[in-house]
Design a protein around this ligand. Structure first.
Ligand code: M5T
Ligand code: MG
Length: 246
């Protein structure tokens, strides 16, 4: 099995409801507890689709997706989602306070433990500076859709929302794309430091974000065409070389 905090795909093929062609074909990989596995590949290669199968936004018909060594279909929705910190490709904020957005529906009244948790999560997500510059700070208002914060600030708040829940497994779908390199690096270092043994699956477009992952999967047209460390893939995966050189 893949143990606590692990994710495993066993020969997964997947076709969206109503589609004719499979979007993923024969995907197998393991992310063991505490590992970071990155997924890279061109637009439309199936990266988001891989992540979508873990919280069961869709069910596979072929193969198996396992969390902690157990088929995801055997969990209740609640039990499965409690393990996962999913950050979607489009950061979604709702109208409310910063705290309310990070604690996602839970209340985080000033002075409460929950507010401490919000501050910690925002700090790990490298958001302290901009939140503390906002009027009202943690009680400051976020407009509908997060229209009053920048793209990178939105990403950091949606990452903070995942951190707040202290999941065993993080799923980041291109969650660092609007961050400058330094913030990207510092955020990932803080996550590693502060979230100890969490397993991380990180989809990204740029090499800098994934270079230090334990393993990188290269997707092309829904298939894994390369798997290894940055150095290994530079040696023997043509698709990876193309991405790295672009
Ligand atoms: C792979 C199709 C999409 C594309 C292929 C998420 C989603 C995707 N697709 C659907 O039909 N329904 C869906 O809900 O699947 O798409 P992806 O997995 O989104 O690719 P990606 O994440 O590698 O691309 P990008 O642009 O985010 O880098 O044919 O139409
Ligand atoms: Mg995507």
């Amino acid at each position: 099995g893949s143990g606590e905090g692990g994710v495993e795909f066993r020969d997964v093929s997947f076709t969206y409801p109503g589609a004719e062609e499979p979007v993923l074909r024969n995907i197998s990989f393991k992310a063991r507890k505490g590992e970071t596995v990155a997924i890279i590949g061109s637009t439309g290669s199936g990266k988001t689709s891989v992540l979508n199968l873990i919280p069961r936004f869709y069910d596979v018909a072929e193969g198996e997706v396992l969390v902690d060594g157990i088929d995801v279909r055997r969990y209740s929705q609640h039990a499965l989602r409690a393990k996962l910190g999913y950050v979607s490709q489009r950061a979604v904020l709702f109208s409310g306070t910063v705290s309310g957005n990070v604690a996602y529906g839970g209340s985080a009244a000033p002075g409460s433990d929950a507010e401490e948790g919000v501050r910690r999560a925002v700090a790990i997500a490298q958001g302290t500076d901009f939140v503390e510059r906002m009027e009202g700070q943690y009680e400051g208002r976020i407009a509908q859709g997060g229209d009053n914060v920048s793209g990178g600030q939105k990403q950091r708040l949606s990452i903070a929302r995942a951190v707040y829940r202290q999941p065993d497994i993080y799923l980041f779908d291109d969650s660092f794309s609007a961050l400058d390199y330094r913030t990207d690096r510092e955020l990932r270092a803080a996550l590693r430091r502060e979230t100890g043994g969490a397993t991380t699956i990180i989809v990204a477009q740029r090499i800098g974000t994934i270079k230090d992952a334990d393993r990188i999967l290269v997707l092309e047209d829904g298939r894994i065409v390369g798997s290894g460390t940055h150095e290994e893939l530079l040696q023997d995966c043509e698709t990876y070389q193309e991405i790295a050189l672009s």
